[in-house]
Design a protein around this ligand. Sequence first.
Ligand SMILES: CC(C)(COP(=O)(O)OP(=O)(O)OC[C@H]1O[C@@H](n2cnc3c(N)ncnc32)[C@H](O)[C@@H]1OP(=O)(O)O)[C@@H](O)C(=O)NCCC(=O)NCCS
Length: 222
Amino acid sequence: MKTHIPFLFFRKTITLGPEQAPLPPGYTLSFWRPGRFRIRPEGFPAMPFLVWGWCHALGVFATRDYGIMLIFRRGRLVHRTCLLPAHFRFPFMGPGDLQAAGIWTHPDHRGTGLGLVALRAVFHQLHGSGRTVWYMVREDNNASIRLAEKAGFQPWGRGRKLASPGLGMLGAFHITEGPSGRPSAIWPGSWYACSAPVPKASGSAAGLGAGPGRGRPPSGCG
Ligand SMILES: CC(C)(COP(=O)(O)OP(=O)(O)OC[C@H]1O[C@@H](n2cnc3c(N)ncnc32)[C@H](O)[C@@H]1OP(=O)(O)O)[C@@H](O)C(=O)NCCC(=O)NCCS
């Protein structure tokens, strides 16, 4: 039987952007934006990148901010952090809010700080804007929770994906516990405990066990 693991929701308001974290030597960083005839980066899988590209092109996203922070090493993609504007799947987001989503680091490069570099670069881009960035993660994904903590996101709630019949990609996420969700007797103490240490593995076998930690790039946090 399929189990539905709850999600944790974090958020951060970008007032003054932090200093950009330095890239380790040999890596390059760039921010991809969709263009008129370019709705996904070359070589990216259709799901979810075509869908997101069309959401941008058709105005489903609330703002024009959709883009992807990319880190390469020797011409090879080793990290991506997508920046998604508010839309119907994330009803907890305000119209000008953004979400760091689809975050992925190549297994051979995990634990080297690339996730933090990319998030800091995103914050730097939004420097002084006062905008809110959300970070949503399955509550069993310790490495990702740890990354959110290091990047200065504040825990905001806990919730679930409400599936729409047969169309997982359309399922919306709802915060059910926390300030913007149903009042909870356990808020704020017990739903969020500091993330447990992550067992480190080497090479392409590195991962987090079950769930999105395996080597194959996940389609996104959702
Ligand atoms: C979550 C993820 C993006 C973190 O990226 P990263 O570039 O490794 O980030 P960091 O280097 O800042 O490390 C973050 C944490 O990952 C854990 N980690 C370290 N080395 C690791 C390794 N070899 N394998 C797995 N996790 C590791 C540590 O807890 C680390 O925190 P620490 O620096 O305080 O020890 C990456 O593990 C990943 O791609 N996971 C699979 C996809 C996924 O789960 N995406 C997030 C969806 S919300």
